[in-house]
Design a protein around this ligand. Structure first.
Ligand SMILES: [Ca+2]
Ligand SMILES: [Ca+2]
Ligand SMILES: [Ca+2]
Length: 374
């Protein structure tokens, strides 16, 4: 069904698997988040408690600080070291003008939610990193309607994570430490047929009538890397780098498969993959509407399975040694694919598995996920 020809992955017994995984933590690199944060506050005078909204809680903050105060206390609008009726008057005017959610300075997006849901992003440290980035967690790209989530910068070990059934290919080695120096937005789902049709005026996908029933919430496929470049030029979106893709997929896990309910640290158990991925024709030899399986620790769906996802990089061997914001080889003949797809086995759905496709090739197993810098 697919024109992509795949090598049979190496099969190993569990005792032969070497977990060459560095348990280095993923503490974010320090950056200018403080300055970014202050920009948001100044763009929304009256948000005294810095929760990205001006409302009665901020009035409560001001009244709670009434009287003499230290320099730069929130609510002392005229900087005279006392919060009094003068500041209260300013606050009431500000509330009249700015009541409600603070505007984002993301000109391209509508803010859906500033801070992460604790029942989606379970890890408190990750939630703190997202909030500290100064950017809203959940946004909608205005031009395409694509919902995107903030992935904070951080450091992780990129490369080989074997599963219980399958070892790694040589292309997944050497493992190496990668730092992503800044936060980025990533599509919560693969780009759908509807989103592609809306911007490009046609739907090239195989999985639509007359071949299949119409459901435009399936991921778009039969789009080449070059076709996707056209979509991105039209929309201001971009593809994730291969390193961004793997970092976002793993969500702080070091296992073959990312986290799922009951397995917050991920798993190497191939038999559990169906919790997070459409693969191996389970549920039908076809694509499935996006977000039908469990999301990962960042709240992102279908990183494993459904359609392969094109990355921006040319395909090439990994360099040994640490890297910051790696962008892949400067030239090449094929582009990187990640995540496995609806009709292949679990090996290809591993977080570290790498495949490639020519830039002009179209296939009903290949789609993509949009990214954007804030
Ligand atoms: Ca507030
Ligand atoms: Ca004052
Ligand atoms: Ca996918």
């Amino acid at each position: 069904m697919s024109a992509l020809t795949l090598p049979k992955p190496p099969t190993v017994t569990p005792t032969e698997i070497t977990f060459n995984i560095d348990s280095t933590d993923t503490t974010a690199t320090s950056d200018s988040s403080d300055a970014t944060q202050s920009n948001f506050v100044s763009a929304c005078a009256g948000d005294l408690n810095q929760d990205h909204a001006v409302d009665s809680a901020d009035l409560g903050t001001l009244l709670g600080s009434y009287g003499p105060c230290p320099e730069a206390t929130p609510g002392d609008f005229n900087f005279d070291a006392v919060i009094d009726s003068s500041d209260l008057g300013t606050m009431l005017v500000t509330m009249l003008e700015n009541f409600g959610p603070c505007p984002s300075d993301l000109a391209w997006a509508t803010v859906l939610q500033w801070n992460p849901d604790s029942d989606v992003v379970l890890d408190a440290d990750v939630r703190a990193k997202i909030s500290a980035s100064g950017y809203p967690w959940s946004v909608r790209d205005t031009g395409t309607g694509i919902e995107m989530l903030l992935i904070p910068g951080g450091t992780f070990t990129m490369g080989c994570s074997a599963s219980d059934l399958y070892g790694c290919s040589s292309a997944e080695n050497p493992t190496h430490q990668v730092s992503l120096s800044r936060a980025f937005y990533l599509g919560k789902t693969e780009v759908t047929q509807a989103q592609w049709q809306d911007k490009m005026g046609s739907n090239p996908s195989y999985f639509q009538p007359p071949n299949y029933t119409l459901d435009t919430s399936r991921p778009v496929e039969r789009v080449s890397w070059n076709d996707i470049a056209g979509f991105n030029t039209a929309t201001g979106l971009r593809l994730p780098s291969e390193a961004e893709w793997e970092y976002a997929c793993r969500g702080n896990t070091t296992t073959a498969f990312h986290s799922m309910p009951g397995y917050p640290n991920g798993t190497n158990d191939d038999s559990l993959l169906g919790n997070i991925a459409w693969f191996d024709c389970d549920g039908g030899c076809n694509t499935h509407p996006v977000a039908g399986k469990a999301a990962n620790a960042f709240g992102i769906y279908d990183m494993s399975g459904n359609v392969w996802e094109c990355c921006n990089d040319w395909y090439g061997s990994y360099a040994a040694g640490n890297a910051t914001d790696p962008a892949g080889p400067s030239t090449g003949s094929s582009r990187v694919l990640r995540g496995g797809n609806w009709n292949y086995y679990s090996s290809l759905c591993r977080s570290s598995y790498r495949l490639y496709v020519g830039p002009y090739a179209r296939d009903n197993s290949v789609g993509f996920r949009a990214a954007r810098i804030p």
